[in-house]
Design a protein around this ligand. Structure first.
Ligand code: ADE
Length: 232
């Protein structure tokens, strides 16, 4: 899978996407991330990428021309499954969107800054708008890094058995159960006995029970989805 990310701050994306599982995915040839510096597409000495809002009001808006120049160049090179704009008024990112996008080939991602991009760019090019939560970041880069991480680790072949996403929270509309490692007793607190029993069936049942309990207590919204899907 290939991500092309358009940004005014490529530095913000370099480190988060070059470590751990993202690095492994790239090393395995399963993930490519290409960063495109929007200023390279802005004309003039000042390489201006933003301008005042029509109608007045605080905050600058990202100009359409440099964005369009960069997007058109990329579109001419390959087809994209989605042109994604990271924005707080987009669809909230969840595991389901992550799963769906992990099956795609080429994704373009626009990172907004200031007050966002000129609305006409959204109208003309954007096919999917994604928010990572109900708060406002100073730019779309950290949100894009989250998106690449969520999607990247779900690409078939990126995770091995040990890191498998199958048992992640949200993967089946349940939160993950609690986990323990050695020592078996720490500060007087013992690991639940069933986990030391060696009985795989009992362990599976215990984990499922814990997942159900956690989900009901902490995320009744997700619990409803789970309970609904079990009824079908
Ligand atoms: N840009 C600024 N805030 C954002 C958010 N919450 N999600 C995605 N992109 C953003």
């Amino acid at each position: 899978m290939r991500f092309d990310i358009i940004t005014v701050l490529p530095e913000l994306l370099e480190s988060p996407l070059n470590h751990s599982i993202m690095k492994r995915a790239k090393d395995k040839g399963l993930l490519e991330v290409h960063l495109h510096h929007l200023r390279d597409y802005a004309p003039g000495k000042h390489r201006q990428v933003d301008d005042y809002q029509f109608g007045g009001g605080a905050g600058m808006v990202m100009k359409p021309e440099p964005l369009s120049a960069c997007i058109e160049k990329l579109l001419a090179e390959r087809p994209y499954d989605e042109v994604i704009y990271m924005t707080p008024d987009g669809k909230r990112l969840d595991q389901e969107i992550g799963n769906r996008l992990s099956m795609k080939g080429n994704l373009m991602v626009l990172c907004g800054h200031y007050k966002g991009v000129d609305e006409r760019i959204r109208q003309k090019y954007v096919t999917l708008e994604i928010s990572i939560g109900d708060y406002v970041l100073s730019g779309g880069e950290l949100a894009a890094a989250v998106l690449v991480d969520v999607v990247g680790r779900l690409i078939p072949g990126v995770l091995n058995d040990e890191t498998s996403a199958l048992f992640d929270s949200f993967q089946d509309n349940l939160l993950a159960p609690p986990v323990y490692t050695r020592p078996a007793v720490w500060e007087g607190m013992a690991v639940p006995e069933v986990l030391l029993s060696g009985n795989d069936k009992l362990i599976d049942e215990w984990r499922h029970d814990q997942s159900v309990r956690r989900t009901r207590e902490r995320r009744p919204d997700i619990w409803e989805k789970y309970a609904g899907s079990e009824e079908e």
